[in-house]
Structure formats: C-alpha cells, structure tokens
Design a protein around this ligand. Sequence first.
Ligand SMILES: [Fe+2]
Length: 219
Amino acid sequence: MDKQPRAGISRRHFLGSGMVLLGGGLLAGPTFAQPGCAVTQGDILGPYYRFGAPFQSRLAGPEEPGERLLVSGTVFSSDCRTPIPNALVEIWQANGAGLYDTETPGNYTDKGNFHLRGMLYTDAQGKYRIETVMPGRYPVPPNLPGLEKYGGLMRPAHIHFRVMESLHVPVTLQLYFKGDPFIAGDPWAHERTTNIIELEQDGELRRGLFDIVLARGFG
Ligand SMILES: [Fe+2]
C-alpha cells in the first residue's frame, strides 16, 4: 500500500524512515520534511457552504445525472506519513449542471435537503472515500460582495472540502481536476497545486486519489 500523499500524478518521496537507533532501542527521531511533502493549501470557504450536512459518503445515488466519480484518499499529519484517524471531512459541491442546492450566497445555516453534501470521519487508517458525480462548472455570481470583479468568471469544476481534527489546524479547500482549461485563469485554483488531481477513467466511472495533509497544531 502506497502511503505517500498524492495529488495529481506527482508522488511525494521521502528519504529515510525518521527512526533512529539509540542505546540499543528504536526511538522515533525527527522527521525531516522532504521535497514534495507539503501541507495541503487552504482556500476560501465560498458562498455555498452550509452547516450540518448529514453523515454520508455517498453524495449521489444512481438517479443523479452526471458522470460517476469516486474520490478517495488519506488524511495525514504534517510529516506526510502519519495517518489521522477520526478526522472530520465535510464535502459539498455543485451538481453536473453547475448548480448548488441553494442559490443564496452566504446562507450557511439554511436547513435544506443537503443535496450533494455530506460529512464523514476518516477510518482507523486515516482513509476516506466519497461517491458522487462530476461537479459542473459555474460562473461567479454577479455583484457578490467582495467578488464583484470576478462576476461572470467561469470557475473550474471543483469539490469543496473542510477537514478538521483536534490536534491539527483545520483546512478548507477546493479540489480541482487536472486538464480543466479554467484552472489557469481562476484566482483560487491556479496556484493551489496540492489540490489538483488527475482522474482515471475506469469504464463509466472516474476515480481520483486525493491525500490531505494537515499542519500539526503545536510543536
Ligand atoms: Fe463552489
């Protein structure tokens, strides 16, 4: 099992095991960050987050229009190798036509049907897995406070994540897909290289592997 965090096609490589022999005993030594080991980059929450999504990892059933998408991965600590069990992962996204289940920006406490939204805990190995459909692209709404100059800009396809665990710094991010022509001109996506993955086509299913690395919250 490859436990190195992956985003896109690049694999992160590590030197040494971080373990040293001292006085005949095996002790955990300092873990040196290697090139390619990076904490997952944060991103804006966006206007369509809503609190209180149901615990579910299957966001879309067979009736949901769109291409089937399966995203899985591991949540790691900042050494990129220690899995984090019981991390809370929240996911929300637009449907295949680029529409959220709310059209009201900033309506975070709305109690609706939570369509294409869910949350889950990572398992004992820090793993998560979501079943959904490919999100559609959508333009930034016009006259959104603070985003006026981006009104009408077509966003690349993305899935929002919010990940938290008690001893780490929470991260909010958007997951993007390599090859999307709208990444380059997007003010959020284009520099967030840890958050762009490549998808494999497996019959009618697309699969993506997305590992998330949280900053440890203390020394
Ligand atoms: Fe979004």
